[in-house]
Design a protein around this ligand. Sequence first.
Ligand SMILES: Nc1ncnc2c1ncn2[C@@H]1O[C@H](COP(=O)(O)OP(=O)(O)O)[C@@H](O)[C@H]1O
Ligand SMILES: [Mg+2]
Length: 257
Amino acid sequence: MYAIEVEKLTFGYRRSPILEDINIKVREKEIVSIIGPNGSGKTTLLRCIAGILKPWRGRVKILGRDLESMSQRDLNRIVSYLPQETVPPPSLMTVYEYVLLGRLHYISGKLTVSNEDHKSVFEILKLLELDNYAKKCMHELSGGEKQLVYIAQALVRKPKVLLLDEPLNHLDIKNQFIVLKVLRELVKKLELTVVIVMHDINQAARYSDKIVLMSSGKIVAEGPPDEVIVPELLEKVYGIKFRLIYDHNVPQVIPKG
Ligand SMILES: Nc1ncnc2c1ncn2[C@@H]1O[C@H](COP(=O)(O)OP(=O)(O)O)[C@@H](O)[C@H]1O
Ligand SMILES: [Mg+2]
């Protein structure tokens, strides 16, 4: 079964469409990267998949179910979306409390925290090697640590599909590596499917099963890294020249300007 199917999706904020006739299929337990220039519609597409924006035409299916037919509650159980811009958490909130907020959908109405909520928070913190941070306040964390905590909050509901919009921004190279490595492990451990918007073409090539290359609201190429990381395609989309090299069978590009 496919985790995500986007069929003939067209969407616009105003009169003219921003996304046109988008088709994507993502298998369960795949990591798929969406790359493309600023303004090409990556965030818009992710928000359509998350069920936040309603398509004008076409449809989105998650684990075989049409988003239209899913209740908000079911959607929240299955899909977790980490937006490009997160609202800064209250600085005195602890890591534990912040991650616990991700369980609110389960708490539903009651303001009590169940043992299961508590257990889930610690499980996720442990997986991300954040268990020693539980009592720390959010303002005591570095940018990279904070980003991992945001990811922990997105994961604490145990979603089947994780949608991440530029989660590596502001992270140093080591923390980028940690986040991507952790995601790889989580895909296996939690049977998770991940769609991740990122700018670094080489990281996308290294960590993804599949890459979707977007330009002006359309998909220019989609497939395994060596089918998409092709200088001619990238040059058409980004308007600069690239040189292609292979590092242990992974395609990598060097921009030549
Ligand atoms: N809320 C909005 N209202 C109107 N236009 C928007 C809105 N959000 C984005 N857009 C426009 O949609 C296009 C795609 O934006 P976006 O999906 O954010 O691109 P990306 O994430 O690839 O940078 C841009 O031209 C942008 O100006
Ligand atoms: Mg964006």
